[in-house]
Every structure is written in C-alpha cells, then in structure tokens.
Design a binder for this molecule. Sequence first.
Ligand code: ZN
Length: 228
Amino acid sequence: MNKEAFKADDDWSYSGDTGPEHWSEIAPLCATGRQQSPIDLEEFIPGDLPPLHFHYDVRALCLANNGHAVQVHFEPGGAIEVGDHRFDLDHLHFHAPAEHRIQGKGYELEAHFVHKDEANATAVVALLYEDGAFNRAFAKIDRLLPANKGETHELAIRLTAAEFLPDKRDYYYYDGSLTTPPATEGIGWYILKTPLTIETSEVQGVLRADDGPNNRPLQARNGRKVLA
Ligand SMILES: [Zn+2]
C-alpha cells in the first residue's frame, strides 16, 4: 500500500473558502503556472504519437478515500510503455464530473491512472465516461467505495486494472499539471479518445469522497499543443 496516497490534506476542497479559487494561497502554481490542468482539449495537432502499451494485468487490492477522491490500489507490476519509456502504475482515482473536456463536451466521470517512472516523472492516463449503459468494471466497486475520509476497504473480488480499459487506446497528449494542490507541472497527460459509458447511479460513490463534485475548473491552455 502506498502511504503517500493517504496524505489527506485539509487545507483545500472543491467549494467555499478552501475551494479552487483559493488554492493559490497554499499552492502558488495554481495562480502562476502556465501549464495547469485540466483543459478543454481542442485544436488538435496531428502528431506522431507512439502507441501506448498497457501492462495492466494486475489485481486491485484495496479501495481508499483520501478525503478528496476514491482510489483503487493494485498489486505491484502494473505499468505503461510509451516508446521505450516505462512508467509504473501507482494508483487509480476518480473525478465526478470529469475534469477534462473534449471540444467543449463534458463527461460524467474521469478516471486517472497515475504512473511514475524511475526519475519520479509522472504520467497520467485519463479515461472519460459518458452517460449510458452501466459500466461492468466500475460496477464491481461502486457500492464498495469508502464513504469516509481515511477509510480503506480490502477487495475480495477479482478485478484487474485492464478491466477498466476500452479496446481502442488511441489518445490525446499534452503537457499539464496535477489537478489538485500542489498542482505540480511537468505531468504528461495521455487522454484516451474513446469514452466509456456509465450509469448515473454508479457515480454516486465517487461523489461521496469530498461530499460533492471533485473536479477542478478548466484552466487556460496558454498556447499549449494538444497532440492527436
Ligand atoms: Zn485526478
């Protein structure tokens, strides 16, 4: 289990006096950064993007609530490979509604698979879910998601990281930041083009993590390129 992931921080939230408009008081990059996330993905530049290979046949071990998001932690060994660069899977967490938009379109839910490489660089694979048919992988955990901050549940069911992925893994890429304080920049964002579907009722457990929506508002693109 990754203790880092449980470093719940009371100094910020998604509304009121500690909401996103106040994050810069504790995370200066939220005001001064030029590569902040999320963004509305548009004006795509055709790029020679290397295929994204997923080594996601790893079992989910537990679910956690850090007070801002619900997370899924996996057994070690999960990774993505982009070109000859490998990033190890750290954990998966969810935002509802989704944080990124695609050409102005908003989504119900966004999954963030957070990865680190040997030099501690971060790559996040984002998966968007639109309103529709129930989601088989998500349905395995939606009723088990811990409602209270600091709570964790061991998982007895079989569920792998791979089960969350769509068959098509084409992606958009841009340089961004963490979408939560400290809003660290230099994060590689790999956003899968193919959205999955989810039933609105399935998203309720995600909304309990921070007592409501946990999506950061859109940030300025500042001329950044979105490669497709
Ligand atoms: Zn996230």
